[in-house]
Write a protein that binds this ligand. Structure first.
Ligand code: ADP
Length: 164
């Protein structure tokens, strides 16, 4: 069975991430969505909230998807979970530099685990979770960026954060 590992912050999951998941499922039998937790990075949503949104958003294909969290190296997780490849999404050239460095570092750490890069549909090629949070803060329309459930959770969170 071919298992792929798709790591990211997913803070929150967007239509860009979903597009990459759907494409990866055409290549792999099973996909592990790995929610990376960075202790030094300020997250908008908690680990549990991010997992909940991923589960709800990908509920149609959960039979082939596992959701895991990690606060360690991605390659270590890939090996532990039996994944042969790390999947990453590529947007613009700006992603390339970072991904180039990460892939080479990962290769030094584990020579057998390769990375695969997928591109989203053009309409999501500028989209990031950071953009979504930025637009949300100014009450912009998020309907083309995230599914309705995620939109609802963003609005709830903003309201809670605004309470004194
Ligand atoms: P971001 O906060 O920038 O959305 P993540 O860490 O959640 O970043 O992203 C996880 C992976 O998904 C990365 O490989 C990232 O490049 C990819 N990704 C995120 N959004 C998109 C998109 N709109 N198109 C293609 N790949 C994407």
């Amino acid at each position: 069975m071919k298992i792929g590992l798709y790591p990211g912050s997913f803070d929150p999951i967007t239509y860009g991430h979903i597009d990459i998941v759907k494409r990866a499922l055409k290549i792999f039998d099973e996909l592990i969505v790995l929610v990376s937790i960075h202790p030094n990075k300020d997250a908008f949503f908690t680990r549990e909230e991010r997992i909940d949104m991923i589960e709800e958003t990908l509920k149609d294909c959960l039979d082939r998807i596992k959701i895991e969290t990690s606060d360690t190296l991605t390659v270590q997780h890939a090996r532990k979970l039996g994944a042969s490849h790390i999947i990453r999404g590529l947007r613009a050239l700006t992603d390339f530099e970072y991904e180039f460095q990460m892939t080479h570092a990962n290769r030094v750490l584990d020579t057998e685990i390769d990375s695969i890069f997928l591109m989203t549909d053009n309409k999501y090629s500028f989209l990031s979770s950071t953009t979504v949070k930025e637009i949300a803060r100014y009450r912009g329309d998020l309907s083309t960026f995230v599914p309705p459930y995620v939109r609802k959770r963003i609005h709830e969170k903003l309201k809670r954060n605004e309470k004194p």
